[in-house]
Ligand binder design. Structure first.
Ligand SMILES: CC(C)(COP(=O)(O)OP(=O)(O)OC[C@H]1O[C@@H](n2cnc3c(N)ncnc32)[C@H](O)[C@@H]1OP(=O)(O)O)[C@@H](O)C(=O)NCCC(=O)NCCS
Length: 197
């Protein structure tokens, strides 16, 4: 019974989100999912591949792109925010409470921040386009642990793991584990680790 109700609710969410992103009927959403198009962003700025499970918030401002390939899972209370370009490749698993932003959110210069903070909530100066932004690429079969933040400009190579709680400010190569704040590489060549399955 629970599974039937869950599927019906997921169908309702697909109906609700159909004007806010591009996805097919195999995608699963939950009550925690939200898709937001702000400051001129359009439906085709959020593209979600087949068989994805998207339980997070996807936010695009000013035409920022969020492209998620097939079979990606993103957990509850995670937020992906784009004003530039975020690509998440196939088979990647992103845990709960992860934040991925391709921009600084706020300007760096103190006078610019004052101007932003003194502007009303609906002012254009509140938008991410006035902060530094750089594209993010997350490779195939990456595993991002709980509570991670990935900052602008980062590329994460295929098969790598980001340890829970890490703040990633620099690129991570393929088949590596990165941990800490700021994240450092703590293990490489994990394709040579013993198999446990
Ligand atoms: C603080 C911040 C705005 C700085 O941005 P910036 O001036 O563009 O800084 P850079 O990205 O050029 O990084 C400068 C250095 O600080 C390091 N760094 C940046 N952010 C860091 C962080 N959160 N933790 C640890 N180190 C960090 C970088 O690795 C870099 O190190 P290096 O000098 O050894 O190369 C940004 O990194 C940040 O933390 N943004 C998130 C803000 C936030 O919490 N937003 C939520 C909504 S308001």
């Amino acid at each position: 019974m629970y599974n039937i109700l869950r599927k019906l609710y997921s169908q309702y969410l697909k109906f609700k989100f159909r004007k806010l992103g591009v996805f097919d009927n195999s995608v699963d959403f939950s009550k925690h999912t939200s898709l937001k198009l702000i400051d001129g962003s359009r439906k085709d700025d959020i593209v979600i591949g087949s068989k994805c499970r998207i339980y997070c918030s996807l936010i695009t401002q000013s035409g920022g792109k969020i492209f998620i390939e097939d079979n990606v899972k993103i957990g509850h209370h995670s937020i992906i925010g784009s004003v530039k370009n975020i690509l998440i490749k196939k088979g990647t698993a992103i845990a709960d409470g992860v934040k991925i932003f391709d921009n600084n959110n706020h300007p760096i210069h103190p006078e610019d921040r004052l101007k932003m903070y003194n502007s009303p909530w609906d002012s254009p100066y509140r938008k991410w386009k006035f902060s530094v932004s750089k594209p993010i690429i997350i490779g195939e079969n990456v595993w991002i642990g709980q509570g991670v933040r990935i900052n602008k400009g980062v590329t994460i190579g295929d098969n790598s793991i980001i340890a829970s709680g890490a703040i990633v400010t620099k690129d991570v190569p393929a088949n590596a584990i990165a941990a800490g704040n700021p994240a450092k590489i703590v293990k490489t060549d994990i394709q040579n680790e013993p198999r446990t399955l």
